[in-house]
Design a protein around this ligand. Structure first.
Ligand SMILES: *[C@@H]1O[C@H](CO)[C@@H](O)[C@H](O)[C@H]1NC(C)=O
Ligand SMILES: *[C@@H]1O[C@H](CO)[C@@H](O)[C@H](O)[C@H]1NC(C)=O
Ligand SMILES: *[C@@H]1O[C@H](CO)[C@@H](O)[C@H](O)[C@H]1NC(C)=O
Ligand SMILES: *[C@@H]1O[C@H](CO)[C@@H](O)[C@H](O)[C@H]1NC(C)=O
Ligand SMILES: *[C@@H]1O[C@H](CO)[C@@H](O)[C@H](O)[C@H]1NC(C)=O
Ligand SMILES: *[C@@H]1O[C@H](CO)[C@@H](O)[C@H](O)[C@H]1NC(C)=O
Ligand SMILES: *[C@@H]1O[C@H](CO)[C@@H](O)[C@H](O)[C@H]1NC(C)=O
Ligand SMILES: *[C@@H]1O[C@H](CO)[C@@H](O)[C@H](O)[C@H]1NC(C)=O
Length: 477
């Protein structure tokens, strides 16, 4: 046997075994899908795993291969087959899949939280018109080639993962007709995703829908209406309680702060008229004839003293403005339980000191947090980066040190001005941190780089494979 023959035999053997391996895996993929789904209409009866002909799976109904003589599944379209059961996890063996259409069936249960590892290269995913439920998994944002994502007409609940906005190739998208709530991800407007993609959900808000602040008002108003009905049923007691709590709130604020300039002299308690506290300087109510405080604006009054803890009883408060006063002392460690629904908190230009409480990260509706020009010390709690709605943040002119939390900068635009004039804040948008942690991070990164070098050949192989496949299938995707 000549050397050439030997080499080519080896090559042939290598290729065959490689394809035989792929073949096996793709067959297993379909086999496990067939065993995982319930098929009352016997739509998949053509999926028979007896044949040994290498390309037989490519003739299965709903299955399309990369090309006729290679049994790698390119796309699967099982739309309208009356299938039931959960999302078929066996799909992860169809490792070259680029399209998956399971629409118009009766699939149910949650979409797997590791979906990106099951269908990493899929460009079209259509799960519409099923009974899928639970939350839409954040991991979908890791299916980076997606250009069509259809999830409408299901039973999804919870919020939309803001990370979906990172899907750069998205062209078609819908989550209409589900039970979703909360803010819409900030998709690039150039994608032209319109309100119909989000319609008929429980309460999605933000562009292209209504603003989230209006939504919150509606929710709170609705809640209030519920309370009024409750009050009517349970006699005047419930009603008076809520009123009384808001009056007590302002009463305790007045007793807790020093007011050297007499700005709070209009705050006189004991009037029987409904909504009388709404005429107090700096107080805005939800309705003028109801003692329920919407926001408190006491900026520039020269007030002194500590953060007024009595504010807890203004339980529907959405805005608190205490800027440009002489407030001092530490912020309550449990501040989120005092002002849980506040969307705007402005404490700038005071003498507040001590650490910025981690509890602020539990005021989940916060849109704007300004703490500039105080005497805050210590580090910024990294948990602040979990505030999904934060649009404005400033902590400039304090004595803060250490790393700046890693904010999602697609939502929160941060600039140097927001962090300037502190003792030593570091990390984006300021200078990089130069502490020992940094070395750990670098070391970690180096580890990743070595890993990447090892895997590069594999990635290159996959790339060329995908590329060739694309050429053969031009116009399909
Ligand atoms: C393999 O199966 C397909 C579909 O069943 C058929 O069209 C093709 O002719 C078969 N090829 C061989 C070599 O048997
Ligand atoms: C799947 O097949 C249906 C018809 O059976 C078709 O309407 C739909 O467009 C197909 N899906 C994809 C992604 O091509
Ligand atoms: C889903 O199942 C119900 C009954 O369980 C049936 O009436 C309906 O037609 C099915 N829907 C689809 C799209 O198969
Ligand atoms: C996306 O993938 C990265 C890298 O594999 C992983 O660390 C991250 O947890 C994934 N994201 C989600 C939401 O699963
Ligand atoms: C869907 O929403 C639109 C606009 O909000 C509304 O007119 C329509 O009645 C809704 N459809 C259903 C079935 O709820
Ligand atoms: C109670 O408040 C109302 C509305 O502010 C005012 O018109 C009225 O004079 C007040 N009554 C007393 C007794 O202060
Ligand atoms: C704070 O108090 C000091 C004196 O105690 C006073 O000079 C200053 O004007 C006050 N600042 C504000 C904003 O009221
Ligand atoms: C935030 O709220 C959760 C749930 O109420 C609680 O377990 C956690 O301790 C709070 N975190 C802070 C920092 O207060």
């Amino acid at each position: 046997m000549s050397i050439t023959t030997l080499v080519s035999t080896c090559l042939w053997f290598l290729l065959v075994s490689r394809f035989a391996g792929a073949n096996e895996v793709n067959v297993n993929c379909l086999r496990s899908i067939k065993s995982q789904v319930i098929d009352p209409k016997r739509s998949l009866s053509s999926w028979a795993f007896r044949n040994v002909n290498a390309t037989y799976i490519c003739s299965f109904i709903g299955v399309e291969c990369w090309d006729a003589d290679r049994d790698r599944v390119l796309k699967m379209n099982l739309s309208g087959y009356g299938l039931q059961g959960e999302f078929p996890q066996g799909l992860n063996d169809c490792s070259s899949l680029t399209g998956l259409d399971l629409s118009r069936n009766n699939f149910s249960g949650a979409v797997p939280s590791n979906i990106a590892s099951l269908i990493p290269f899929v460009t079209t995913l259509d799960l519409s018109y099923n009974q899928f439920s639970g939350e839409i998994p954040t991991d979908l944002s890791n299916v980076t080639f997606l250009n069509t994502l259809m999830l409408q007409h299901n039973q999804f609940t919870g919020q939309l993962p803001p990370e979906l906005a990172s899907l750069k190739r998205l062209k078609e998208f819908s989550v209409a007709y589900n039970h979703l709530t909360g803010p819409v991800p900030e998709f690039n407007e150039a994608l032209g995703i319109g309100p119909e993609s989000f319609a008929n959900n429980t309460g999605l808000c933000g562009l292209p829908m209504d603003s989230c602040i209006e939504q919150e008002e509606k929710v709170i108003r609705f809640g209030k209406m519920g309370a009024v009905i409750g009050a009517a049923v349970f006699a005047p007691v419930g009603f008076t309680c809520a009123d009384e709590a808001n009056v007590n709130c302002l009463r305790s604020i007045k007793s807790q702060v020093k007011d050297p300039n007499g700005y709070l002299t209009s705050w006189v308690f004991g009037n029987e008229t409904a909504g009388y506290i709404c005429k107090f300087t700096g107080v805005t109510c939800w309705h003028d004839d109801e003692n329920r405080v919407l926001s408190i604006e006491l900026s520039g009054f020269g007030l002194e003293g500590e953060f007024p803890q009595g504010i807890k009883e203004c339980s529907d408060l959405t805005g608190l403005y205490l800027a440009r006063n002489n407030f001092s002392g530490v912020l309550p460690y449990n501040i989120a339980s005092l002002i849980p629904s506040v969307t705007i908190l402005d404490l700038s230009d005071n003498q507040f000191s001590g650490e910025i409480p981690t509890s602020l990260s539990n005021i989940t509706l916060l849109n704007s947090l300004t703490l500039r020009h105080n005497q805050f010390t210590g580090q910024l709690p990294h948990e602040l980066s979990s505030l999904q709605r934060l649009k404005i943040l400033s902590v400039a002119y304090n004595q803060l040190t250490g790393p700046i939390p890693k904010f999602n900068e697609q939502h929160l635009k941060i600039g140097v001005d927001d962090f300037a004039n502190n003792e030593g804040l570091c990390g984006r948008p300021m200078d990089a941190c130069a502490d020992p942690d940094e070395d750990m991070i670098r070391f970690g990164k180096m580890g990743a780089a070595v890993g990447a070098a090892l895997f590069a050949p594999l990635v290159a192989f996959l790339d060329s494979f995908v590329f060739n496949g694309r050429k053969q299938k031009q116009g399909d995707i």
